[in-house]
Design a protein around this ligand. Structure first.
Ligand SMILES: [Fe+2]
Length: 238
């Protein structure tokens, strides 16, 4: 096939072009849905939210890949494409469809080594895998860990509070809703394998717990989702 193996097959300019492609793909998916008449209620149904989530996952996945010795280019390109199909395909097939989109893009832009394309596509395809992360290549593992991380911590909390508005909930539900973010962080802690992601989850979980404590300290009748006496998560040792 005459493919040349380069150290880092994706230049900054190529990565920027991929970003633009993914951004436009998401925007077009929403545009097409509108024509089909489906209502989108939640902020995470918007192209803006999804693209921002993708950028967060790219940053996190890159950081984890670098620390853990995974192939950084494979990981960041897979992270960029992982949710491209999220707004056009059903949840259970969005990973598979996303992998097809990534494959078509990589085959028609530039001269990427076949092994690179295969690794990127398999990471995108498997990013919804629910089993043990050690079953998967390190790059896929980094992507899944990054994807989970974006939903816990301060950002996950902000999104949950935004959701309350969409569900016409009062601010008195805030502690309970933040409690859900904390539970999600605790589940993530169970699932995550790498030391880098473990440290990141720990820090993010702490932030969500602080927020819950602060709410309870400031709002007289806020229901505590934390058992009394378990208010030991200090502020400032992040
Ligand atoms: Fe995602």
């Amino acid at each position: 096939m005459g493919v040349e193996i380069r150290e880092s097959p994706v230049s900054d300019a190529e990565f920027e072009a991929m970003k633009e492609f993914v951004h436009d793909y998401l925007a077009a998916s929403v545009e097409n849905e509108k024509k089909g008449g489906r209502m989108r209620w939640y902020p995470w149904h918007s192209a803006e939210y999804r693209f921002n989530h993708i950028l967060n996952v790219v940053d996190l996945a890159e950081q984890i890949a670098r620390e853990e010795g995974a192939n950084v280019d494979v990981t960041r390109v897979a992270a960029l494409f992982h949710d491209t199909a999220k707004l056009e395909a059903e949840q259970d097939v969005h990973a598979e469809v996303g992998a097809q989109i990534a494959r078509e893009y990589l085959l028609s832009h530039g001269d990427y080594p076949e092994s690179f394309t295969e690794q990127v596509c398999s990471a995108v395809r498997d990013h919804s895998y629910r089993g043990d992360l050690t079953d998967l290549p390190l790059e896929t593992q980094c992507l899944i860990e990054a994807d989970v991380l974006d939903k816990v911590g301060a950002n996950g909390t902000a999104l949950m509070l935004l959701r309350m508005g969409y569900e016409s909930r009062s601010h008195m539900d805030a502690a309970e809703m933040v409690g859900r973010v904390i539970e999600r962080g605790e589940d993530a802690q169970e699932r995550i394998e790498s030391e880098t992601a473990r440290a990141l989850v720990h820090r993010r979980l702490k932030r969500a717990r602080w927020f819950q404590e602060w709410l309870e300290m400031e709002v007289a009748e806020m229901d505590s989702a934390t058992p009394p006496g378990d208010m030991t998560t200090g502020v400032g040792d992040d």
